[in-house]
Each structure stands twice: as structure tokens, then as C-alpha cells.
Design a protein around this ligand. Structure first.
Ligand SMILES: Cc1ncc(COP(=O)(O)O)c(C=O)c1O
Length: 545
């Protein structure tokens, strides 16, 4: 049968058998077009029916796989596979020479506590803490779940690395080795600072390759940049105190600062990086979040002059700088500038790194390098959250670094990204060059494309919705910055064929929409962050260079 969805049911089961089979298999609907395998659909639907308890338990035999297969128009092995799963999980039981029956006690009943009777309530928003309601992120459900929006389809969402190039086999081998060596030791509670081998390996890497000036004792292993920001914000900012944030900048930082009750002050970016400008003493920032290696999303590298000025400023105001060393590994025109932390003699810079882009984001491993006087405070805050990061992953990563796989992976990825980058630029000019000026910066895994004609904006917004090719509007990353219309295109996660296909799809959708004049009604400003509620902002520079 070829139909996408079909509904042959067990109602055609021979009469004398059917009398004994009162389970309502009529509900089975299999969808051949679904990505869920047929056996899995069948297994799931039978399980749901059994859990619903709506069948007559006195006659609980199930049809034979032959009958069920014939009735549903699927193969017997498919039915057998579904049955095996239900048998293994204890939903069904086989009785010798009698057939397969519904189990006397379903796993759902012996695993699940009885649900107390509830009375219907009127829907209203739950009462939640102010720290949640003041978060400016108004996304919800699937929008909020970044995992749902990732590849394999081409989206051009920025910040996704080529995870299919990650050497899984090597990682698995190293993981086995560390488990064989350390065994149950890795299963106990681990250090809230992080595994010592990993801290040593990270410190050595940062000193050798990032121009840092640090020791393993200064390192605190955390769950990526997200946790790094939260730990620092909780440790250093009281409610109502000021945090500086780049505008445009990393959207997740806004959530963090709003969550901790900071007074968020967005700072513009010029061609030297974050603009320090004038600032009264009482509005001095407690924490300044910057991406000096590669400003996100503009791609500006902070000048040496600005770096020194920023450290001096932080020292003079008793503040700290949180350096997100974003994308420093992926520079395509020569070696990166050393990190800010290496310039800091005043103990004002906290360096943060993440494995999300270099290795893979679901690893959730990153690290802070703190001035020695702050380490214990950060560890205390980190421990309050989740004690520590998974010890097995930390030990595996330590080995991955010390045995040279880390450096060779970075090198290989840099080459791959360099090729994808050149290809993306070529293809972009071919497909979308009439609409955009592509801003080519020497580092990073995304580009900003500035729209030439503002009136094309609604067509692109519409085309994104239609195609699922989803470069984010630059306004998504802005707080108060008023910028020309532009989109941020990530290119790293997709093959050359996918890049071409994605750009062609977007271009063709825009062309059709324009022919039909069908762009109206979409709004450029419709992005899921509401404007932040902080004071401040002199009207901003438009493009930084
Ligand atoms: C500026 C910036 N820093 C860091 C990260 C990585 O965050 P995490 O380590 O939480 O995955 C991202 C992710 O997109 C980012 O855009």
C-alpha cells in the first residue's frame, strides 16, 4: 500500500477469533510517510491502548502476528518486532500453545503510582518567581527548545558546528580506556572544580595556544558558556547592580542577567569592539560580558588598545570582565590575538571557554579561568547548581586533549570550515547576491548579510517561514541597537551540497513571493525577545566597519 496514511483495522479479523479479541485494535493507524518505523508505530499504539485500560481484561488475547499483519497490510516481521518489544517490556505475555495475551499486571501499573483524583481547574498562568517573569525571552514550547531546531535540515542557524565530523569512534575508545583505568571511581561524586587531569590539560592548552596566564587551580569546569555566565552573574551581581552586555550580542546572556536581577546596560560595538564611553560612578558595571576574539554577531576583533582600556576601566570601577573567547579557534587569516586574560595583571578578567563549537554542543562542558581570589567563590556557586559536570566525560575529554586528538580535530575542522566558508561566499553571491551585501569577516562560523533594499525584508521573513531555511534576523540579537536590516547566516554545520540547496531554496521562495507580491504582513521586528527594560542608550552606530 502506498498511501501516506491508511486505516485498515482489525475489524476484518475472522469472526470466531474476534469474539475472543476484544482489545480495540481498531484504533491502529499506521503512517507510511512518517519517519517513525512501522513496528514502532504499532508498538506505541498498542502500548497506549493497553495503558489506557479501555479494553476488556477478561478476554485479553491478542491476534496472531499473521492475522494482524494481513489486516494492517504490513509484514509479519514488522508485527513480530512490535510484539517482541511489548513482550520484553512486560505488556504482553506468551502462553505455551495458547498464543499471546495481555499481561496480568501491566508495567505501567506496577511502575506508576496511582494518580490521585483531580478536579478540573480553570486555566491560568502559574504563579512564578519574579526572576522568571522579568526574563525578556518570551519564547515558549518548541521555540525554546534549541534541540528541536537543529540540523539535519539546512537552517543556516548560527552557532551550530559540523557534529557529523566529530570522531565518535576515537571518543568512545578513550571513554572505554578511562573507565577501564578508573572504574567505579568515576561513578562517585566528583570535584566541583572539575577533574584535575582536565583542569591541567585545559590550563596547558590555554597557556600554549591562547596566550593565557593561568594555572590548573584557577580553572572551574562548568556546563558550557551558559553555566559559565550564570555562575559569574550569581557570584558577582546583586539585584539591581549593573551588568554590561554587547548590543547586538549573545541572546542567552540577556536571559541570564535578567534572571539574576541585574540592571542590564547594552553597550554598542564599534570597529574596535565594545564601546566603553562615559559612565557615572554609581552606574559602574559589576560585570562586563565581552567576546573580544570574535564579537558575536558582528565578528569584530577587539583592538589591543580597547582591551587594555577595558581592563583599566574594570579595575578603576572594581568590576570584572567575563571574556567569552568565542570562536577564537576558527580564524581564517592567521593566528588569533592572545586572549584578554593573558593581558590582565589586575585580576579583573574571568576567562570562559566552551567545547560546544570545537567538539559538540550536547557535551555541555566548558570552563572558567578565574583570578585566584575568586576561584572558591565561583566553585561554591557552581556546586549549589549541580555539584559538578559528568566525571566520565571530563576524564574522556582530558585524554582527548593530552593525546593530541583535540588539536588535530581543531586543525581538521578549521580546514573544513575554511572550505565551506569559501563555498558559502560563492554560492551566496550566486543565489542571493542581488539582495544582500555579505559582510566577510576573517573569523567565525557565520556571516552577516545586509539587505540592500528594506522593502525586500517582508519577502525574506515570509520565505524563512515557508522553507524552514532559517537565518536569524540581526534584530534578534539586538537590545536597543537600531541597525539596518540584516540576517545572520551560519554555514559550518552543512555540507557544500546542503549549502547550495538551502540558498537556492530561499532564493526561489523569495522570487516567487515577490512575483506574487506576497511579502506583506510579515514584520521584521517580530522576534521572540521583547525589548529589555534597562535605562541607557545613545542612538547607536550602525555597522561597525
Ligand atoms: C557568543 C556565544 N558564546 C558561546 C556560545 C556557546 O554556548 P554554550 O557553551 O552554552 O553552548 C554561543 C552559542 O551559540 C554563542 O553564541
Amino acid at each position: 500500500m502506498n498511501g501516506a496514511s491508511y486505516g485498515r483495522t482489525v475489524s476484518s479479523v475472522p469472526k470466531q477469533r474476534r469474539r475472543r479479541l476484544v482489545m480495540s485494535f481498531e484504533m491502529v493507524r499506521l503512517d507510511r510517510a512518517s519517519s517513525e518505523p512501522l513496528y514502532q508505530q504499532l508498538y506505541r499504539q498498542i502500548r497506549e491502548e493497553l495503558e489506557s485500560g479501555s479494553f476488556d481484561s477478561s478476554a485479553s488475547r491478542v491476534p496472531s502476528s499473521r492475522v494482524l499483519a494481513a489486516t494492517l497490510g504490513i509484514s509479519r516481521p514488522t508485527v513480530n518486532e512490535a510484539f517482541s518489544k511489548l513482550l520484553a517490556e512486560g505488556y504482553l505475555q506468551a502462553r505455551k500453545r495458547s498464543g499471546i495475551f495481555v499481561a496480568d499486571h501491566l508495567p505501567a501499573t506496577f511502575l506508576k503510582a496511582a494518580r490521585p483524583a483531580t478536579t478540573a481547574r480553570t486555566e491560568r498562568s502559574p504563579r512564578v518567581a519574579r526572576r522568571v517573569t522579568r526574563m525578556t525571552d518570551i519564547r515558549s514550547g518548541r521555540q525554546l527548545d534549541v534541540g528541536v531546531a537543529g540540523p539535519p535540515s539546512v537552517t543556516f542557524v548560527a552557532g551550530l558546528p559540523a557534529v557529523d565530523e566529530f570522531p565518535i569512534a576515537v571518543w568512545e575508545r578513550l571513554r572505554e580506556q578511562v573507565l577501564a583505568k578508573k572504574g567505579a571511581h568515576l561513578l562517585r561524586y566528583a570535584s566541583s572544580r572539575g577533574e584535575i587531569e582536565l583542569r591541567k590539560a585545559i590550563a596547558a592548552y590555554l597557556c600554549d595556544f591562547r596566550g593565557a596566564n593561568c594555572h590548573a587551580d584557577q580553572i572551574v569546569v562548568v556546563g558550557g558558556m551558559q553555566q559559565a555566565m550564570l555562575v559569574c552573574a550569581l557570584a558577582l551581581i546583586n539585584e539591581g547592580e549593573v551588568a554590561w552586555i554587547e548590543d547586538p550580542g549573545f541572546h542567552q546572556a540577556r536571559n541570564v542577567f535578567a534572571f539574576v536581577g541585574a540592571k542590564m546596560v547594552p553597550r554598542p560595538i564599534d570597529r574596535e569592539g565594545l564601546v566603553i564611553g562615559k559612565c557615572s560612578r554609581q552606574n559602574s558595571p559589576r560585570l562586563i560580558l565581552v567576546t573580544p576574539s570574535h564579537q558575536f554577531p558582528f565578528g569584530v576583533t577587539m583592538s589591543l588598545k580597547r582591551r587594555k582600556a577595558l581592563i583599566e576601566f574594570a579595575e578603576s570601577r572594581d568590576g570584572y570582565i567575563l571574556e567569552d573567547d568565542y570562536n577564537s579557534e576558527f580564524r581564517f587569516d592567521g593566528p588569533p590575538l592572545p586572549c584578554l586574560q593573558g593581558l590582565d595583571n589586575a585580576g579583573r578578567v574571568i576567562y570562559a571557554g566552551t567545547m560546544s563549537k570545537i567538539l559538540y554542543p550536547s557535551l555541555r562542558l566548558g570552563f572558567l579561568v578565574a583570578p585566584p581570589h575568586l576561584v572558591d567563590t565561583l566553585v561554591k556557586v557552581r556546586a549549589v547548581m549541580d555539584q559538578h559536570s559528568p566525571a566520565i566525560d571530563q576524564a574522556t575529554l582530558a585524554r582527548f586533549i593530552t593525546e593530541g586528538f583535540f588539536l588535530s580535530h581543531v586543525k581538521r575542522m578549521r580546514e573544513l570550515y575554511a572550505q565551506r566558508r569559501v563555498f558559502f561566499i560563492e554560492q551566496f553571491q550566486k543565489w542571493l547576491g542581488d539582495y544582500f551585501d555579505l559582510e566577510v569577516t576573517p573569523a567565525g562560523l557565520h556571516f552577516i548579510a545586509w539587505l540592500r533594499r528594506r522593502e525586500d525584508l517582508p519577502f525574506f521573513m515570509r520565505a524563512r517561514e515557508q522553507t524552514g531555511v532559517w537565518p536569524r534576523p540581526l534584530s534578534f540579537f539586538c537590545i536597543k541597537a537600531q541597525l539596518d536590516p540584516a540576517f545572520v547566516f551560519g554555514f559550518a554545520a552543512w555540507s557544500q551540497a546542503q549549502i547550495e540547496q538551502g540558498l537556492a531554496k530561499l532564493a526561489s521562495a523569495v522570487k516567487q513571493l515577490k512575483q506574487r507580491g506576497a511579502g506583506n504582513g510579515s514584520s521584521f521586528q517580530s522576534h521572540p525577545f521583547s525589548p529589555a527594560t534597562s535605562s541607557y542608550w545613545p542612538s547607536a552606530a550602525v555597522r561597525p566597519n
